[in-house]
Design a protein around this ligand. Structure first.
Ligand SMILES: C[S@@+](CC[C@H](N)C(=O)[O-])C[C@H]1O[C@@H](n2cnc3c(N)ncnc32)[C@H](O)[C@@H]1O
Length: 388
């Protein structure tokens, strides 16, 4: 660790000060008590080794790796997620979330002194440390599905003198042992609000989660009612967490055989003026997400062939592919199966235009006590079943 090296300790402190000032200046950190937590719970203790995201070069940096420690510290105090654990397919399964995302979560959680919090997704333990600093460790429970995360987080938090309750658990089921909580905060993204959470938050308490499908999503905050239902809004702030992995979550499926079929099968062809790039407009992508239940989306290239943007619906085995390599104003679309997914996307685009291009913060979200989930656009009197 770098505590023995006064020059590196000073560098870490200076870089952290700059980071916190930047978050405060940009308005992401507005409560001084959270700023104080960032000041005193140094991120480098939670990220001794990581891989930088591809956009920053994908390098592996670590204090014990013979890399230059200055380079490691500079990356730690940069506003980026740091990738810390990968699975056997080299897919990232744990990261230290970007400081701005953590700041947005803490501020948006409305958690304050006296509140108890359940965090879903302990990861490196950094967020649990920040929560412990402000609320006191006794008020903090944090669960992760990966035992290594929990073990390492416990060691790091111990080092700071914090002993929140950490447990290996599937966060989809919450953590009933310590319920009820004032707040549940998920640092993973979710397709649905897990029904178990509604009973584990006290009436008047809140759930904060990044509700996200393959097209888009946004942070949503819901307040739980006496009758066990919950309602709230999507927020203006945007974060992008990795998805919750859970056996219990029915909707987690990957682009698989169906995607391969989508890339190669013969189907019905026509031209479209709606380019895949339209989905880069976040506000449209959000409405498309709502309008197209169960739809998976992604770019697929097989064996060096052309790049396609593919939509698939595993349930009806429907698919659509559009060439994604060109900047042409017209694209060729090929579709198969019972649903015409590109037609649905075009209809969603017309609807979004007709509704004056609403953005996620215009939408409300409700979950009934029985677990039925809906998103609505109150100004336009429209409602969709939540089926991200
Ligand atoms: C983005 S990381 C969380 C970062 C963390 N808040 C931090 O401060 O470092 C997401 C974490 O969620 C965990 N996770 C994924 N699915 C989960 C599940 N079903 N239950 C609990 N944790 C889960 C992952 O193992 C991963 O560590």
């Amino acid at each position: 660790m770098i505590e023995q090296d006064s020059r590196l300790s000073q560098l870490a402190a200076d870089l952290n000060t700059d980071l916190v000032e930047g978050l405060e200046t940009s308005g992401k950190l507005t409560t001084r008590a959270w700023g104080a937590a960032f000041d005193d719970v140094p991120r480098h203790l939670f990220a001794p080794r990581f891989t930088l995201p591809d956009n920053l070069g994908g390098m592996v940096l670590g204090i014990a790796d013979g890399t230059r420690p200055e380079e490691w510290l500079n990356a730690v105090y940069h506003d980026e997620a740091l990738l810390t654990i990968f699975d056997e397919r080299e897919m990232v399964t744990t990261s230290c979330s970007a400081p701005s995302a953590v700041a947005i979560m803490l501020e948006s959680s409305q958690a304050a002194e006296g509140d108890t919090v359940l965090e879903i997704g302990t990861g490196t333990g950094w967020t649990a440390g920040l929560l412990s600093h402000r609320l006191g460790p006794d008020a903090v429970t944090s669960v992760d599905i990966d035992p290594r995360c929990v073990r390492e987080a416990r060691e790091r938090l111990d080092h700071l003198g914090f002993a929140p309750t950490l447990a290996v658990a599937d966060g989809y089921l919450g953590y009933p042992t310590r319920a009820q909580y004032d707040r549940i905060i998920a640092t993973t993204s979710l397709r649905k609000v897990p029904p178990a959470w509604l009973t584990q938050v006290r009436p008047g308490g809140t759930i904060l989660a990044d509700m996200r499908g393959d097209f888009a999503g946004n942070l949503a905050r819901l307040t739980v009612s006496e009758d066990g239902s919950a309602s709230g809004h999507f927020l203006r702030e945007r974060v992008n967490f990795m998805p919750l992995r859970s056996n219990k979550e029915e909707h987690v499926r990957e682009l698989s055989e169906l995607a391969s079929r989508a890339v190669s099968a013969p189907g019905q062809q026509r031209r479209t003026s709606l380019a895949p790039a339209a989905l880069r407009t976040w506000d449209f992508a959000f409405l498309a997400q709502l309008s197209m239940p169960e739809t998976r989306a992604g770019r697929v290239r097989i064996d060096g062939g052309p790049m396609y943007y593919c939509l698939t619906d595993p349930r009806s085995e429907s698919w659509a592919r559009v060439d994604a390599d060109t900047d042409d104003t017209e694209h060729e679309v090929t579709q198969g199966g019972d649903r015409r997914l590109w037609d649905e996307l075009e209809t969603a685009h017309e609807l979004w235009t007709r509704l004056n291009q609403p953005s996620p913060a215009d939408f409300a979200i409700t979950v009934s006590a029985a677990g039925e989930q809906a998103v609505s656009l109150p100004d336009a009197d429209r409602q969709w079943a939540l089926s991200f």
